[in-house]
Design a protein around this ligand. Structure first.
Ligand code: FES
Length: 355
């Protein structure tokens, strides 16, 4: 199982007025644990006022680049992000779990593909890594990146993107959209939604036959982009999406105790080759049920998004409230998000060692 490691802050830079770029030094002896694919993310935690505060951030740097970089958008009232903006210093240590996640590019030198990317706000963080890794390693591939923000001054990684455009002028098409600043061409004004994607596709992508699309932003943006690209003929398995935030789908029932959830369940977890069994009420999710018995299982967002809590059901059944973090094939193979899962029977065995 992945564990948290202390990583020292090597560099801190204000990216925009409301975002910070944090560079983390990975010691040589654990560098292999922090190898990653472009697009993946990692949980980061620290202790504030005696409590552990944990968040998940995408990596903006590319594989092999050290120190490893993340981008943190500072949310007003956000405990962790305000700590990063106001208190964290170079040389301090943050607890960081090795990278993971199914949202990533599979870069291969002999690929000759046309890729699309749609990013909104801090959703650019994994996309930057994907675009840069692809262009640096696939000499025959092309990328079209559409990046939406409210205003230019809050646009993260804008200098990195212009530098990439200069390096790969022939193979990167870069388009910025702003929702709160009037643009000379109306197509670049407004949010990235279903209608806008159809308009952008007609203007810039017709005849290109894109192979894959990477989408990162809030829930509604992702659904709009997916619908538009599906309508335009891109197959579902060519669309890769990563959500930030944990908005619930319209019509999704709230995570309440369902009928029959009051029963007790004996849950066995297999982790690092060891077995532990604890009792819980099935109305709780498994992460909270374990915590109530003093057992800490991995988690970060607790919103069904980051998949830090991913585990495999070896025996028994669960009901999952929300799933934004697992691919359909993972669910079919019996993987679940423990933070969203409730036991359905009286016994359940979860295997955290199965990858
Ligand atoms: S902790 Fe993030 S999906 Fe469960």
């Amino acid at each position: 199982m992945r564990k948290f490691h202390p990583l020292n802050v090597a560099r801190l830079e204000n990216e925009t007025a409301d975002s910070v770029r944090v560079a983390l030094q990975v010691p040589d002896d654990i560098a292999h644990e922090f190898e990653f694919l472009p697009g993946q993310h990692l949980p980061v935690q620290t202790t504030l006022d005696g409590k552990i505060v944990r968040r998940t951030y995408s990596i903006s740097s590319v594989p092999g680049q050290m120190p490893l970089e993340i981008g943190v958008r500072v949310q007003p009232g956000g405990k962790f992000s305000e700590f990063v903006a106001n208190e964290l210093k170079v040389g301090d240590a943050l607890e960081v779990m090795p990278p993971f996640g199914q949202f990533h590019a599979s870069v291969a030198a002999d690929n000759q593909k046309t890729y699309l990317a749609f990013a909104a706000g801090s959703g650019i963080t994994p996309i930057l890594s994907i675009v840069r890794s692809t262009l640096e390693n696939e000499a025959e591939s092309h990328f079209l990146l559409f990046y939406g923000n409210r205003r230019q001054r809050t646009t993260m990684f804008i200098d990195d993107l212009y530098a990439l455009k200069n390096r790969f002028a022939e193979r990167l098409q870069l388009y910025f959209l702003f929702s709160q600043e009037e643009q000379e061409f109306p197509i670049f004004s407004g949010r990235i939604d279903q209608e806008k994607v159809a308009e952008l596709y007609t203007a810039f992508c017709v005849g290109l036959e894109p192979d894959e699309a990477f989408i990162c932003g809030p829930d509604t943006m992702i659904e709009g982009v997916r619908s538009a690209l599906s309508d335009l003929g891109m197959p579902d398995d060519a669309l890769h999406a990563e959500r930030f935030g944990a908005a619930k789908k319209k019509g999704m029932p709230p995570a309440v105790v369902a009928s029959g959830d009051e029963h007790d369940c004996a849950v066995t977890v297999i982790m690092d080759g060891h077995k532990r069994t604890f009792g819980m009420v099935a109305g709780d999710n498994i992460v909270d049920g374990a915590a109530a018995q003093g057992i800490e299982l991995p988690f970060s967002c607790k919103g069904g998004v980051c998949a830090t809590c991913r585990t495999h059901v070896r025996d028994g059944e669960v009901r999952m409230d929300t799933n934004y973090g697992l691919e359909p094939w993972e669910v079919e193979k019996g993987y679940v998000l423990a933070c969203q899962s409730h036991p359905l029977g009286s016994t359940l065995t979860l295997d955290y060692d199965k990858t």
